[in-house]
Design a protein around this ligand. Structure first.
Ligand code: 4AD
Ligand code: MG
Length: 439
């Protein structure tokens, strides 16, 4: 089909063109019929004069047209300053119905995303996403991922695809989904971590992966999903985890710049969020210093037991701290205690050489320099009682492996934070959580 998109109709005045999309609305008046046609780029009014003899069949077709049916329309684009929808209308010579919607009344409201309950919207996600407010989220997400990929390709990173079905529970025993695998059990990967590192051992030097990550966590928050998209990076011959942080700073700055250039105005207008491109290095603070600052500045107090990790509240307040002191939306938090970090993080004087990156008050990344020396790594795995489970992984480090590091970014969380939408459920094409496996 030679078809034009609605947002390009301005270039076709007085020409005959074909457009295709969904019927958003039909008004059947005494002398005239109006259809509002919607495609992924916008809406246009289609006007049919009932008195014209040539329109007889079309008039009957339109009289029976249900909302949300799909049609293909061929007609002439004419300027019509009085028409609200872009000051133009399409005068059709032919309308073909390509699918008929079963009902005029839909199970959810697709014109106002606030009008239906979120659960009902997710039940009918394919209708929910017909609302541009919802589907535009994925145009932005797509641009974000495109920009991050582009940044890495320019720096000689290779995109790889690691298996999600694995034979041994990785990283930590909990949080792993079991699946029946012929006559034995397999597990769904809770991170590409081990295989990213295998690529380092394989001498691939710089790799990344964008793929599904599974977490069997019964967390019902606005930022947890049981399946999400991870943007994972790993690269070799680093001297310190500081290089990992630097790469992430540059990557996010680049990506936000690209998103702003393409969608900054739309994001401001539709979602009320400014896309802020960072202008320098992100501030860095150790976990213990952060708790000190939060207490001094904002009177935030928690027990010493809680201070071994970032509490949700501390994450939120760290945003305020970063803004107040550095005017930055991002802040790196370092020097977590080793008990709270994965066994594969390299340690120096017992301090894990890694970080969390907090954006707008939510963790978006954990990253680190990894322990690449076989003996040390084995010892650290044993310490956490994981050495049996990760036997296969330890093998990767036996025959030489460069020093390396990397990080994992949650794409869905990034999307949610970028647009200021209230929950990750709307930042995923199809949310997966403890109570949701359908559609
Ligand atoms: O912090 P996480 O668990 O780190 C890892 O997976 C490490 N292997 C990464 C590394 O290279 N050291 O996960 C990375 C990111 C988080 O910072 C968060 O953005 C996202 O993945 N994430 C989730 N997103 C949605 N739902 C969940 N349940 C998530 N868990 C983590
Ligand atoms: Mg983390």
């Amino acid at each position: 089909m030679k078809r034009v998109y609605i947002d390009t109709l301005d270039q076709h005045y007085d020409e005959e063109v074909t457009v295709a999309g969904f019927v958003e609305n039909v008004r059947d008046l005494q002398w005239v019929q109006f259809i509002v046609l919607r495609d992924t780029t916008g809406k246009v009014q289609i006007t049919i004069e009932k008195s014209e003899e040539a329109n007889k069949d079309m008039v009957e077709l339109v009289a029976n047209l249900t909302n949300e049916s799909t049609i293909t329309v061929t007609g002439k684009v004419v300027e019509a300053p009085k028409v609200k929808m872009g000051g133009k209308e399409l005068i059709p010579s032919n309308i073909t119905v390509t699918s008929t919607s079963a009902a005029t009344e839909l199970p959810i409201n697709i014109k106002d995303h606030d009008a239906s309950l979120l659960d009902a919207r997710l039940d009918y996600r394919w209708l929910d996403l017909r609302n541009p407010y919802n589907s535009n989220i994925f145009k932005v997400q797509s641009k974000l991922v495109e920009a991050m990929r582009e940044f890495l390709y320019q720096r000689n990173f290779v995109e790889i695809h690691t298996p999600k079905l694995i034979g041994a529970a990785s990283e930590s025993g909990s949080e792993v989904f079991e699946v029946k695998y012929f006559d034995r059990l397999a597990y769904l990967a809770q991170s590409p971590q081990f295989y990213k590192q295998m690529a380092m051992s394989a001498g691939m030097d710089r790799i990344f992966e964008v793929g599904p990550v599974f977490r069997a966590e019964n967390s019902n928050t606005n930022r947890h999903a049981t399946e999400f998209t991870g943007f994972d990076i790993e690269f070799s011959f680093i001297d310190s985890y500081l290089e990992v942080m630097e790469l992430e700073e540059e990557l996010l700055t680049y990506a936000l710049e690209k998103v702003k250039a393409s969608y900054g105005d739309m994001i401001q207008e539709v979602y009320g969020q400014e896309v802020v491109v960072p202008t320098g290095k992100f501030p860095r603070i150790s976990l213990s210093k952060l708790y000190q600052e939060l207490e001094q500045r904002y009177g935030y107090q928690v027990s010493d037991d809680a201070k071994v990790d970032l509490t949700t509240e501390a994450e939120k307040l760290s945003y305020q701290y970063a803004m107040d002191v550095y005017g930055s939306e991002f802040i790196f938090v370092t020097d977590f205690p080793k008990d709270k970090r994965a066994f594969y993080h390299m340690r120096k004087e017992d301090v894990p050489q890694g970080y969390d990156l907090i954006w707008r008050g939510v963790e978006i990344t954990t990253g680190a320099q990894r322990e690449h020396r076989y003996e040390e790594l084995k010892k650290q795995a044993e310490e956490k009682g994981l050495d049996q489970d990760v036997q296969f992984y330890l093998e990767f480090f036996k025959y030489g492996c460069p020093p390396h590091g990397g990080f994992g970014l949650g794409v869905d969380r990034l999307t949610m934070l970028l647009l200021g939408i209230p929950t990750i459920k709307e930042g995923q094409f199809l949310f997966r959580g403890p109570n949701r496996l359908n559609p």
